[in-house]
Design a protein around this ligand. Structure first.
Ligand SMILES: [Zn+2]
Length: 444
């Protein structure tokens, strides 16, 4: 690259404000078709043929995307020749270190985890999450485009993981030395692994146009994909902890927005929107439309734009595919989720249980529901609630659940604005009851 590259500017609004810098350049508008030929990772190139020769200290192993062709020692340096056999996006990394490696051939794909010799506690958890991700994403979305997946540890100068073609650098901090001994904690190691695996599809097979909402196509869809892997690993009830955390993250950060909160489809590199809100919205759409149907929309979106750069897709394309599989009853909800900033206010006002002569319990529930639309500055206006929501009754704390044995009732019921009363008969003494217990709705 020659000249000024705005990609290296400090882009975080808060960080810029701290340094008395002007707010970052706003993103191109979603409707700006002149940007549909520019991918979100830069304007330098589209898909490229990738080949690299990397040298490092003679006792180290060097890694970059592609498959190793050969390696040799020359003048005390260790050389590695890598080549990728399919076009990749113009996006790559180099790593080098003295690694131990966990290797496995899983259904024809080489899974390799490179780690510091003493940081071996979580490598099998990562391996398992890669397996589950491959199984699920291949089945639901499309084939995996490479013959190999490599996760590579790097020191905690930074705390992130990132997905390059067949190559996932992963900070020791959030993965290799993370403490997962307390089973009540969220298994972030599997989650981050599944999220980065998601990018091999969302980001590397489908690359968004560099306009508002681009991160929804890469980050929200990877976040959603990772939820599904977590569901496979731990069950639906476990996701409650997760979604609760995500929702808190969104609600806390939106109150700190200094410029303008955007609706999901127009998010402008606002991490609190495209990660937690985006993931929750995709998950609630899956819940509403059904997993098969929602994933088929994602699959058709992927099919239309796989490895395409003329044009790159936008959130308008994703929404078009979701609406194509939805019924007319779902349209308002889809617009509420993508085109508006929608907040529910769902409260369980009263819950009582009375023992019946037949040994069952009669549960009376009073629920209050409201819905608001917020504008970019947080001003709210009221809208009516008239939709179906989960109502759950549990025999023990759903936060502590290891399986579904505590679920006495879990179904969707019609809820309208204001006070709603329900009456149910359940088989055991209930301890917890409420609306939307798994937190699939954005609830302020
Ligand atoms: Zn990501």
């Amino acid at each position: 690259h020659f000249g000024y590259d705005s990609g290296y500017e400090l882009s975080d609004r808060q960080e810029r404000k701290k340094r008395d810098m002007t707010p970052p350049q706003r993103m191109a508008k979603l409707e700006d078709k002149s940007m549909y030929r520019t991918g979100f990772l830069g304007q330098e190139a589209d898909f490229i043929n990738y080949e690299a020769i990397v040298s490092t200290s003679d006792d180290q192993f060097a890694i970059t995307p592609g498959y190793i062709q050969k390696d040799w020692i020359e003048n005390g340096r260790h050389y590695y020749h890598y080549k990728m056999d399919v076009p990749i996006f113009n996006f790559f990394a180099f790593l080098s270190g003295k690694y131990e490696v966990l290797k496995e051939n899983y259904k024809g794909i080489n899974i390799e985890v490179y780690y510091h010799p003493t940081h071996n506690k979580n490598v099998e958890i990562m391996q398992k999450a890669v397996e589950k991700s491959l199984d699920y994403y291949k089945q639901e979305f499309s084939p995996y485009q490479y013959r190999q997946v490599r996760i590579i540890e790097f020191p905690r100068y930074a705390s992130f993981a990132q997905s390059f073609s067949n190559t996932i650098p992963y900070s020791e901090d959030i993965g290799f030395i993370a403490d997962l001994r307390d089973e009540d904690n969220i298994d972030w190691v599997s989650f981050v692994t599944a999220h980065e695996m998601g990018h091999q599809w969302w980001g590397h097979q489908v690359t968004p146009a560099n306009v508002q909402g681009s991160a929804v196509l890469s980050e929200s869809l990877s976040e959603y994909s990772a939820y599904l892997v977590m569901e496979q690993l731990y069950g639906e009830h476990h996701l409650r902890k997760f979604l609760k955390y995500e929702m808190d993250r969104y609600l806390r950060r939106r109150s700190g927005e200094i410029l303008e909160e955007m609706p999901l489809m127009r998010a402008e590199n606002q991490t609190y929107i495209h990660y937690p809100k985006g993931g929750v919205v995709m998950y609630s759409l899956k819940d509403r439309l059904g997993e098969k149907k929602f994933n088929s929309a994602l699959r058709m979106f992927l099919e239309e734009f796989q490895y395409k750069s003329d044009p790159y897709p936008t959130t308008l394309d994703l929404i078009r595919h979701i609406k194509a599989v939805a019924s007319s009853d779902d349209m308002k909800f889809i617009d509420d989720m993508f085109a508006k900033i929608t907040l529910f206010d769902l409260k369980t006002k009263k819950a009582t249980a009375t023992k019946l002569a037949n040994g069952n319990y009669q549960v009376e529930l009073t629920i209050e529901a409201d819905k608001y639309y917020a504008d970019g500055k947080g001003e709210e206006s009221k809208d009516v609630v008239d939709d179906y929501f989960d109502i759950g009754i549990f025999s023990s704390d759903p936060d502590k659940a290891k399986d579904d044995s505590h679920v006495l009732k879990f179904d969707k019921e019609f809820v309208k604005t204001g006070e709603n009363t329900f009456s149910f008969e359940v088989k055991e003494l209930p301890k917890f009851a409420g609306i939307d217990p798994y937190i699939k709705m954005i609830d302020r």
